[in-house]
Design a protein around this ligand. Structure first.
Ligand SMILES: [Zn+2]
Length: 317
């Protein structure tokens, strides 16, 4: 089953149930971090709505499913930002089409990716459709940032939150599907922060995926700290990853066995590192990472916040 979806079972069941009981909403809003699986689930939902043979998800074999997979189902359209924004012209085009009955399927499905990239003009325009959606249409908006959408727009959608997978669950799926060993599967799942799409991309990047101990854990120089902070500004999700390493150190510091670690294959190196930290230092390191993450969500000066964090995390020489 190459197209089987990893995780999100509850969401899929909820959506299948809506199809089976003929209670599909006019508009959905899928919310979750990038690459967590929103678009995959949206496409599968669209396919399932119009599948001719199955009530329990798409069959993947009927004409409708095959057209959807090939990207040429006449009643399924994906709208992505054109450049930086989803433009008002794209919304107007949608509105022109949505008033007609489906050509082949049960409903017309429109998936709008990165809905937070709708400017005010486009959002207000879309609002008109959301206020009175044609009966045989479904809009599925995807977003990483619920707060960036107009409240009036949010309130007209059924909101479905997507959570990253538990690391061990994702690792197990990766082992089953790609024939990779446990160590590698856990590394990839951890680096991906439980986001399925990101994990799959990492698997595809190559079999020799090897994670390394984060630089900041061995750095003791202020210049290194600034360089590392600069890297973090490019990929703020590095902080989620970082915290798993400090947790491992904290575990080892308390004498926990190596098989409890997330980064089990680095146990030896980590054991050596614990000598450089006190229990208190590890606790405050973890606290500082969480505080910084919270600050970044409040739109503080990211560079400054990350520099302060890197300096705090520097190992005492
Ligand atoms: Zn089908």
């Amino acid at each position: 089953m190459q197209n089987a979806i990893i995780g999100h079972h509850q969401i899929l069941e909820q959506l299948y149930h809506a199809i089976a009981s003929n209670r599909v909403a006019g508009a959905y809003l899928f919310v979750g971090v990038a690459n967590v699986g929103k678009e995959t689930v949206a496409l599968h939902f669209a396919k399932s709505i119009n599948c001719r043979t199955s009530d329990e998800g798409a069959c993947d074999t009927c004409l409708s499913c095959r057209k959807a997979d090939a990207g040429n189902h006449p009643d399924l359209q994906i709208i992505r930002p054109s450049g930086t924004w989803i433009k008002i012209d794209q919304i107007r085009e949608l509105q022109k089409r949505i008033i007609y009955r489906p050509l082949e399927g049960v409903r017309k499905v429109y998936i709008l990716t990165e809905a937070e990239r709708m400017n005010l003009e486009a959002a207000n325009c879309l609002l008109k459709t959301l206020e009175e959606p044609p009966a045989d249409s479904v809009l599925i908006l995807l977003t990483t940032n619920l707060d960036a959408l107009l409240p009036t727009l949010r309130s007209r959608c059924q909101i479905i939150p997507f959570h990253p997978l538990v690391i061990s669950e994702l690792a197990e799926h990766l082992m089953e599907r790609f024939n990779i060993d446990e160590t590698q599967a856990f590394s990839i799942a951890t680096t991906a922060g439980g986001a399925v799409g990101k994990a799959l991309a990492l698997v595809q990047e190559g079999g020799d995926f090897n994670e390394e101990i984060p630089e900041i854990m061995t750095a003791s120089d202020r210049l290194d700290a600034f360089r590392i902070a600069e890297k973090w500004t490019q990929q703020p999700e590095a902080l989620d990853h970082l915290v798993t390493w400090y947790r491992d150190l904290a575990l080892l510091h308390q004498g926990a066995p190596a098989d409890l670690l997330t980064h089990v294959h680095h146990a030896e190196q980590l054991k050596q590192l614990t000598a450089h930290y006190s229990r208190l230092q590890l606790q405050s390191a973890i606290k500082a990472i969480f505080e910084t993450k919270a600050m970044l969500q409040r739109n503080v000066n990211a560079t400054l916040a990350l520099e302060v964090l890197a300096l705090k995390l520097l190992r005492r020489p």
